[in-house]
Design a protein around this ligand. Structure first.
Ligand code: UDP
Length: 457
């Protein structure tokens, strides 16, 4: 953890209220940000849903306030929480509906008790802007995803004939060279209209906020920052990657299995493909089997996270295809949930096969690991396109899972010269991350600016 800054003593009296969206990929950055602000001297209150809140006991230095308590309509939420989430979009909409009253009540009570400098809410909690306005509280938005998503989302549903998203502001500047297929994937998982509504409301209320905090750094997404400068005129603080400020994240909702670490220690440098599709992505049994045989047939070493619920409709870790164990032997390991940042930092890890969630992408960049991208929905196709076409540190594997193609792509990254070149480019980005976080670097300066900004409210 960084030393507390020069503002620490004055900040210590100031409270910041934070409201994470209760999914792993949103909880992690919000709690990391809370730790960063705490280290700068701010007092922290986290408003949280009961759903997915089992991390709270790990943060005794924060105050926690629940919303959605004793809501009888909430049965659906608790039911979904034990299964895996088949339809994250409906789930988001349902939560927003349930939350509004309870959240407003909770925030009003907090403000009655003591002064609050500002609220930092996840950008998807778009309704919090009008609540903050009604209570005359400044709201800063946390974007838990890449900066590049904003110009793409702001341009939906338009895709130019050339198939990529340009910015309206700087003609011919391609922010992310999205294909039509990529855009279709953004919409996947729920009715298109509902998704577009959620995205539009998120963008609209982000524009109305007093500031934006992004888990990225300027040098990584320069074009995206340029593209939004005209439309988003509030201060933007790119202080990421957040997880680099601390040793490890303790906001994991699943228990991390470390039993494979001694196996990983024995594997040659850059020889293992780490495979994880994050906390929400799901697939059918046929895709799962194809993935298994792709890994087996590649003849390369792998560590595969198969979390409960990865295969739709199932709570158990899936049974693997017959003969898979014998074929793979000591070459592969399967775990339910891994200490991902540690795995990516391990010298044996040579590639990351990922669903391209933003945290996973950023964690991979921070360790200089090239990626195989299999994006599913939401922001993932945008992140994946940045990885493959902008930063050129990975390859896309976006069609139906096919064991031969999987095998070829894995070999490309682990064995071929092309994989090595991507690794070199990824290492160069890793270097930029480190420079950005050092004294005088862009993220370091942005954090100082953010502290000053909060103190100014
Ligand atoms: N993660 C982990 N162990 C695992 C798989 C994932 O700790 O076995 C963490 C990972 O480090 C990341 C988060 O879960 O911080 C997943 O976030 P991401 O944005 O990549 O994907 P999402 O789960 O939101 O789809």
């Amino acid at each position: 953890m960084e030393n507390q800054g020069e503002n620490s003593s004055s900040c210590r009296r100031l409270r910041v209220v934070m409201f994470p969206l209760p999914f792993q990929g949103h909880i992690n950055p919000m709690l990391q940000l809370a730790n960063i602000l705490y280290s700068k001297g701010f007092l922290i209150t986290i408003i949280h849903t009961n759903f997915n809140s089992r991390y709270t006991s790990k943060y005794p230095h924060f105050t926690f306030r629940p919303v959605l308590d004793n809501d009888s309509k909430n049965n659906n939420l608790s039911m979904l929480s034990s299964k895996g989430i088949d339809d994250p979009l409906s789930y988001n909409l349902m939560m927003i509906n349930y939350c509004i009253d309870s959240f407003t009540h909770c925030l009003t009570k907090l403000l009655e008790n003591e002064p609050v400098a500002c609220m930092i809410s996840d950008s998807v909690w778009h309704f919090t802007q009008s609540v903050a306005d009604s209570l005359k509280l400044s709201r800063i938005v946390l974007r838990a995803s890449s900066m590049s998503c904003i110009p793409v989302y702001a341009t939906l549903p338009f895709v130019s004939e050339k198939g990529y998203v340009k910015t309206a502001i700087k003609n011919e500047v391609v922010v992310v060279p999205m294909t039509k297929k990529d855009i279709d994937k953004v919409y996947k998982g729920g009715p298109e209209d509902a998704k577009l509504d959620l995205i539009s409301s998120t963008i609209k209320e982000t524009k109305a906020a007093s500031g934006i905090i992004v888990n990225t750094f300027k040098e990584l997404e320069e074009t995206a920052f340029l593209a939004i400068a005209h439309d988003f005129r509030m201060p933007i603080f790119a202080i990421g990657p957040f997880h680099k400020y601390f040793q490890a994240s303790s906001s994991s909702l699943l228990e991390q299995d470390r039993s494979f670490m001694s196996w990983l220690d024995l594997q040659p440098v850059n020889s293992v493909v780490y495979v994880s599709f994050g906390s929400i992505a799901q697939m059918g049994q046929a895709e799962f089997s194809e993935m298994a045989w792709g890994l087996a047939n590649s003849k390369q070493r792998f560590l595969w996270v198969v979390r409960p619920g990865l295969v739709s409709g199932s709570e158990r870790v899936e049974s693997l295809p017959d003969g898979f164990g014998e074929e793979v032997g000591e070459r592969g390991r399967i775990v339910k949930w891994a200490p991902q940042q540690e795995v990516l930092a391990h010298k044996a890890t040579g590639a990351f096969w990922t669903h391209s969630g933003w945290n996973s992408t950023l964690e991979s960049i921070c360790e200089g690991v090239p990626m195989i991208c299999s994006p599913c929905s939401f922001d993932q196709p945008i992140n994946a396109r940045c990885v493959t076409d902008v930063w050129k540190i990975g390859v896309m594997l976006d069609d139906e899972m096919d064991r031969d193609e999987i095998g070829n792509v894995i070999k490309k990254l682990i064995i071929d010269k092309e994989g090595d070149e991507m690794r070199q480019r990824s290492k160069a980005l890793q270097e930029k991350v480190n420079i950005s976080l050092e004294n005088g670097g862009s993220a370091n300066q942005s954090l100082k600016d953010l502290v000053e900004y909060i103190l100014s409210f």
